[in-house]
Design a protein around this ligand. Structure first.
Ligand SMILES: [Zn+2]
Ligand SMILES: [Zn+2]
Length: 241
């Protein structure tokens, strides 16, 4: 597997960084996990061909994970992509399709076929639902918004190799049953308690790459308590695993 880190910024934009996006080449297909703002620029920078991405997996609909998809779909059209593109969404498939129509990006007009699908297990790509958006539960109930509040982390398996991308998470609890034999975890370093990330690094053999800007708490923790298997992810990283 080859992983290209394309975006690590969190919800607060930072100069010189792009929002969440990871490009992963597996044996049988190439996928994009998240399509945060700046993804099109990064695709141009790293010279990824218009037909190279087979599938896009969106972890959740926060703009730092999703808003780049509109320009991406338009760019691929203007570049005259021809290959079918599958976009897996955590929720609100029909509303998302409508958002594209509202922006005059009509599926029927594209140079390629695009399929918006509800998230599901897809051979070696396994979504694990997490609780990141559940923190809105009280608020959405109070103001009577109907958001489904669904967000995912992902496992990618290939042969005996296993990688986890958490995207945004409220805690690491949902990973407990999945970390055995995992080689790499790309983890949200901003939202979960730093102690949970440290505990995770102690409880598994592989490496942890921190994305999404470190919380102040985690920065301090790592100064006092360096760990051999915790690294900062960088946008230029290409990891062969
Ligand atoms: Zn985020
Ligand atoms: Zn989020």
């Amino acid at each position: 597997m080859k992983i290209r880190v394309l975006g690590i910024a969190s919800g607060l934009p930072e100069l010189g960084l792009h929002h969440s996006a990871f490009y992963v080449e597996t044996k049988d297909r190439n996928i994009l996990i998240d399509a945060g703002e700046g993804i099109s620029q990064q695709i141009l920078k790293f010279k990824l061909d218009k037909n190279v991405i087979d599938e896009i997996y969106i972890s959740h609909l926060h703009p730092d994970h999703f808003s780049g998809i509109f320009m991406l779909i338009q760019m691929l059209y203007l570049q005259k992509r021809t290959k079918d593109l599958y976009v897996y969404l955590p929720e609100e498939v029909e509303k998302v399709k409508e958002m594209f129509n509202t922006m005059y990006i009509f599926q029927e007009k594209l140079s390629y076929k695009i399929f918006f699908l509800k998230m599901r297990k897809n051979d070696n790509i396994i979504p694990i639902e997490n609780t990141h958006l559940k923190t809105y539960r009280k608020f959405t109930a109070k103001v009577n918004h109907k958001n489904p509040l669904i967000s995912f982390s992902y496992i990618i398996n290939e042969d005996k190799k296993k990688i986890i991308f958490t995207s945004d998470i409220a805690s690491t609890e949902h990973l407990t049953n999945h970390i055995s034999q995992t080689g790499i975890i790309f983890i949200d370093a901003f939202h979960p308690k730093s102690k949970e990330i440290i505990r995770l690094s102690d409880s598994f053999e592989g490496d942890i790459f921190l994305t999404h800007s470190l919380s102040e708490e985690l920065k301090l923790e790592l100064i006092q308590n360096k760990r051999k298997n915790i690294f900062n992810a960088n946008e230029k990283d290409e990891i062969i695993f």
